[in-house]
Design a protein around this ligand. Sequence first.
Ligand SMILES: Nc1nc2c(ncn2[C@@H]2O[C@H](COP(=O)(O)OP(=O)(O)OP(=O)(O)O)[C@@H](O)[C@H]2O)c(=O)[nH]1
Length: 381
Amino acid sequence: MTLHLPTLFLLDIYMLTLLGGLMLHAWRRSKSEATLGCMAGTLLLAALGALVVGLRGMGVDTLSILLGNMLLQLASGVGWAAMRVFVGRRLCWPGVAAGALLWGLLGLWPYFMSSVSLRVTVSTLLTVLYTTLTAWELWRVRRQLEVAIAPALALLLVHALFCAGLLLVSRGPAIERMWDGLDHGFLTWRLLETFLFAISIAFVILAMVRERAELRYRAAAERDPLTNIGNRRAFTGNAEARLARCVAEGRPAALLLCDLDYFKQLNDSHGHATGDAALVAFGRLLALGIRQQDVCGRIGGEEFACLLPAADEAVALQVAERIRQACSELLLEPEVRVSVSIGVASTEQAGYDLSRLLALADQALYRAKAGGRDRVECFAG
Ligand SMILES: Nc1nc2c(ncn2[C@@H]2O[C@H](COP(=O)(O)OP(=O)(O)OP(=O)(O)O)[C@@H](O)[C@H]2O)c(=O)[nH]1
């Protein structure tokens, strides 16, 4: 295939600059995402490198070969850095600059500067190395990452394989002749592939960063920042889903409504910090004391709820009593303790409607408070 090389260079430079600008803009809007900043750096460096390499034949050949390729290698290094930042690893500046520095050193060797095929081989091998390293960064944390990484991995691997394969099939005289206008095959394919790869990887990385940010915002919106357990919204959503499953499986469920006793008094006499410590300690106690399929959350100031799927009233009373006992053993400060009253309701009386379960558990809680607090009561219909 023969395409007009200057046009391809222009297309690549235009696309890399445009994508780099878009990344820069995205990074400015969400400064916490350093991956976007690195990606902007990669794309803009690659655009500049392509521009300088494209100046070849305009009387600045040595500068074009040396500086252009150093910029392209630096772009690959920064691309690797972008992925390290994404997966939470520290930047490795010597590694980022190694390709560019190697190229600068080789440029001092006259034979290297006079051999097109040697230069193309070194440049391609460095590109393959950086691309493989970038893919490896993703692969090694594939189980920890919560976003889809398959598209990025596939793109990186195809890019590495394509560059290596192209080098293998166009070795020797074909490469030596490519700048003389006799054989453009290698360069044409490289520029075309760079064009497609740059567009694809930029969008895939942008999508990964966005997906992860969205997941984090969603998780934060459903978490109580003080106790780090689910808030009312999360509790309601998860509890309704669990109740629906209990209906489908024909199993009962029970709800515990827990309210710390004399909490206003605790705040007033020991300060809000102690009150907060009591909430944190009780939240942890609850989260550690329930089974994996149970759902708990802080649904109000000092009010917590816990849905126990597949538990009848008798089991729920046992769990509630265990929680009450553990709470009474919490020592917030020397001599400062807190107790909890718990109301229990089960689907046997309330059916599978969450708001009805909460209402009946609230009545039971009222009885526990009225009965002297630090006790468990179940709804007595
Ligand atoms: N420290 C702290 N206090 C809170 C928080 N949220 C709510 N509170 C306080 O919790 C207290 C709840 O007081 P009440 O509803 O009167 O209940 P109580 O004092 O526990 O009385 P009983 O429930 O009847 O035993 C209020 O003083 C709220 O200001 C919080 O996040 N941190």
